[in-house]
Write a protein that binds this ligand. Structure first.
Ligand code: SME
Length: 152
């Protein structure tokens, strides 16, 4: 299954108004984790109200202690500030990184924009070193744009 072939499933999930938004987000995590071999932890973080911090939303993978991440901290917190994708081929080379599991080798974080505002992000950890390409960035931008339509 290529990334592009997953797009129709993402649209179907997002459009399912019989499910809550969190149920739909969890389904997206499940589809991504189960169909892309190098996506080993898939989750959403969202800005926590008026606070300068991210709060963990639906996710699939090993439970994490990092349910709240201050803006600027770790890869996720940096994306909350930079508003840009962050692709980390090798997490061991990052100074500002929050380790969730020793099995994780690489990470990608793509922000979610609603009305031009960065309101959260999708975060994916990989147990494979340097697995992400521009195809992942474009695909995850598509996923985030789809998610944004139900958050606005
Ligand atoms: N590694 C992330 C923390 C979140 S976990 O990957 C689930 C970071 O550095 O922000």
């Amino acid at each position: 299954m290529t990334l592009d072939q997953l797009k129709p499933q993402i649209i179907t999930i997002v459009s399912d108004t019989n499910k809550t938004v969190d149920e739909r987000l969890l389904s997206i995590c499940e589809v991504l984790e189960s169909n892309v071999p190098y996506y080993n932890w898939v989750g959403f973080y969202f800005t926590n109200g008026d606070k300068k911090e991210l709060k963990l939303g639906p996710y699939v993978g090993a439970p994490t202690d990092h349910t709240i991440i201050p803006f600027g901290k770790g890869i996720c917190g940096q994306v909350a500030v930079s508003n840009q994708n962050f692709v980390v081929p090798d997490v061991s080379a990052q100074d500002n990184y929050i380790a969730c599991s020793i099995t994780v080798k690489a990470e990608i974080v793509v922000p979610i924009f609603v009305n031009g505002k960065n309101i959260g992000q999708i975060d994916i950890d990989s147990n494979t070193i340097d697995p992400f390409t521009e195809a992942d960035e474009r695909f995850l931008e598509f996923v985030c744009a789809q998610v944004a339509t139900v958050l606005s």
